[in-house]
Every structure is written in C-alpha cells, then in structure tokens.
Design a protein around this ligand. Structure first.
Ligand SMILES: C[S@@+](CC[C@H](N)C(=O)[O-])C[C@H]1O[C@@H](n2cnc3c(N)ncnc32)[C@H](O)[C@@H]1O
Length: 374
C-alpha cells in the first residue's frame, strides 16, 4: 500500500497526526520514506543539489577546517573525522583527498566515519568512498567516544518540525487529517504543552512557527557522543529575529526535480520536505548539552577565509581555460550571498580551544574581496 494510503488508514483509525509525525513518515518511513528509498541529490535525475555537488572546493574548505581542528586539539596521532548525514558521500570523498594532499600526517591519523540513517544513501556513500576504510553508524553514540571533528552539511533541515499557529483562541498545532483520499491540515491543541511556550509573543496573528524537537535532541545526542573536539553544522538557517521578520509565513517547503512543491502534504515519500533551521534554538540545545559556540559566520565568509577563490595553476590550453571557468562559476555559486553563500556555519567546541580556526579568524575584511584573485 502506498505511504499516503497507509497514513490515511492510520489517521482513520487513530485520528489526525501532528505535522511532525507526518514529516517523519514522509522522510524516514522504513519502507517508503523519501530518504529511505529515493533521496536524489545532485543535478541529473535529482530533486535538489547541495554544496558538494559543485566540485571539490567545498570538500577542500572543510579539509582546512579539519586541519585547524586537528591542530587546535594538539595534533593527536589518532583522531575522529565524522560526517553526519553524508548524502552521496562526495563531500567526505573530496575532504579526505584534500586532507591527504595538504596534511598527510593528519590524514594518516584520521579515523573517518559516517552517521547515516538512510540505507539507500549508505550504499551510495560506500560507492563514492570505495576502497577506503570507514565506519558507519546510524546514530552518533554508535561511534562514541568521539575525539575530533563531527560535521554535517544540510542535515538539520531534514528533521521533522512541529508547526504551531497563533490563533484568536491561542496557540494551536498543525495536524494532518484525512478528507476522502486527501491529506489535509487541521488545527488542534499543541501535542505537548511546552510547545506553546516556544512560540514568540511577537508572532503575528495567523503566523506559523516551526519547532524541531528532533533536531534539537539530535544535537544533544551528538554532544554526548563527543568527548573532546568540535561539531560543525552548515545549513540554510536563520536566528529567531530573522525568522520572525518573515511575518510568520513559516518556512516549510517540498522539493521534487529541482522544483518547489506547493503542498508538502501531497505525495508523501515522493518529495523532499524541509524547513529553515532555527539557529537560536539549535544553539540553545547545543549549549544546554555542554557545547560552546566557537564560531558563527556565513558560508560565503567561511569559504573565502579558507581560500575558496585560490586560483589553481594558470590554464594554458583552451580546454584548461574552459575547466577553470567552470570551476570559478561553481565557486561563485557556493559564495552567492543570496543563495548557498548565505547559509549559516556554526562551530561548537567541547573541552577544546575555541581559537585557531582560519574560517572564523580576524582576516575577514582582507579576504572578502570578490574577484580580486582573477
Ligand atoms: C539534505 S541531505 C544532505 C546530504 C549531504 N550532507 C549533502 O550536503 O549533500 C540530509 C542527509 O542527512 C541524513 N539524515 C537525516 N536524518 C539523519 C539522522 N537522524 N542521522 C543521520 N543522518 C541523517 C539523510 O539521510 C541525508 O544523508
């Protein structure tokens, strides 16, 4: 039975489910969830692309971040390099290749690992990383104790969100009900009383507010598995003030074949559903779990500080010139202040120095000189 039909049957027998439960099923149902069965990341035959799809520059920048983490930790002979939610595995592949080139000693001691819930994506990761010795786990505690760097690009945005709405009758939660053969929204009392208090008082009447309890507890679980080192999170995100400035429109959206889908309730399991990450809430969860914020910048600032615009050797043949132009255009996309460049990069430390990261150093004005390198 299709996932939509199974959800309708479940709602008919047990009543409406929260939007968070719907999103959990749509993305991670063991038989039909989007991430379990069909997540398609990249350009061809895909639903959306991420920074790693734009060539090796992103992985190289993360390798430099890993080098700084390794140095700040006193250059341990053995250390963990863990990617959480690794998609097709190409960021880890590019990162390891750059690490081997730039700091072979750090690369030799690195114990690479991936935390991944999707069996389908694990298979793709094994192909991308073919031949490498790598550990996999479905949760961070499966790799504990972790001493080193854990990083995740566009993972937090894949966690289910509760959706709260300010109404004349107080705060209500969005549930999913069945109307004939269609899934539709309905409002009910909040599924947990504490969710009501999470809605800012200045949210306008009718405004929507998303709370990802799942993302917050995931960050806390990672913090518990990390004994010493860093957690690096990169995502489309905003702080509470920025989210409020959107006048309560909410940020939930669905993607299929690079197109924005109007109604995320239709075709569950077939489309990606995602929401903008609330940086304020994630920071609170991380700090509550014993992590300390060591750096916060945009992807553009971080990549520029890590040399994303460094020119390779001067191209001498027309083919090399063409390749260099395509690399430059990929880097421009990574740095686009209205796109990927606006993503937030958060670095948290646990029992480790907060200083020493080029990505968050003082050189910001020096390096942020668009196109001066050309
Ligand atoms: C939007 S994709 C991003 C993939 C990759 N990082 C990239 O940049 O292309 C989200 C990734 O997080 C994984 N994921 C979702 N929930 C997870 C969880 N609880 N633990 C680990 N990985 C998770 C998904 O399976 C997928 O690999």
């Amino acid at each position: 039975m299709a996932l939509a039909d199974r959800l309708i049957a479940r709602i008919r027998s047990n009543g409406p489910i929260t939007f968070a439960s719907f999103m959990e099923a749509a993305l991670f149902d063991p038989e039909d969830g989007y991430y379990t069965t069909r997540a398609a990341i990249g350009f061809e035959d895909a639903d959306y692309f991420t920074s790693g799809d734009l060539g090796p520059s992103f992985g190289r920048a993360l390798a430099r971040m890993a080098i700084d983490a390794h140095t700040a930790l006193g250059r341990p002979a053995a250390w963990d390099l863990v990617e959480a939610g690794a998609g097709r595995g190409i960021v880890m592949r590019d990162l390891l290749a750059a690490l081997e080139r730039e700091r072979p000693d750090a690369a030799r001691g690195a114990r690479p690992a991936i935390v991944e819930v999707s069996p389908r994506l694990r298979d793709l990761q094994a192909i991308a990383l073919g031949g490498r010795e790598l550990r996999w786990a479905t949760a961070a505690h499966g790799l504990a104790p972790i001493h080193g760097l854990i990083f995740g690009n566009e993972v937090l945005d894949a966690f289910p969100v509760h959706v709260l709405v300010r109404t004349e009758d107080g705060v209500r939660e969005v549930y999913v009900a069945a109307e004939g053969s269609r899934l539709v929204e309905t409002l009910r009392a909040a599924s947990r009383p504490d969710l009501r208090w999470r809605v800012p008082e200045t949210l306008p009447m009718g405004g929507r507010w998303e709370v990802s309890l799942a993302a917050e507890s995931w960050v806390a679980q990672i913090a518990a598995a990390l004994t010493r080192g860093y957690l690096l999170l990169i995502d489309y995100a905003d702080d509470e003030a920025g989210l409020l400035a959107r006048l309560g429109e909410g940020t939930l959206r669905g993607f299929s074949r690079h197109r924005l889908m109007g109604d995320p309730l239709q075709r569950p399991g077939e489309i990606d559903i995602t929401a903008t990450v609330n940086v304020t809430a994630i920071r609170r969860a991380a700090e509550g779990a014993g992590l300390r914020l060591a750096g916060a910048r945009t992807q553009r600032e971080v990549l520029l500080a890590l040399g994303a615009r460094e020119a390779a050797a001067r191209p001498s043949t027309p083919l090399e010139q063409l390749r260099a132009a395509s690399r430059r255009s990929a880097v421009d996309t990574l740095l686009d202040p209205n796109g990927l460049g606006a993503f937030r990069v958060l670095l948290f430390a646990k029992d480790a120095p907060a200083a020493g990261f080029r990505a968050f150093g003082q050189e910001r004005r020096e390096v942020d000189r668009p196109r001066a390198w050309r």
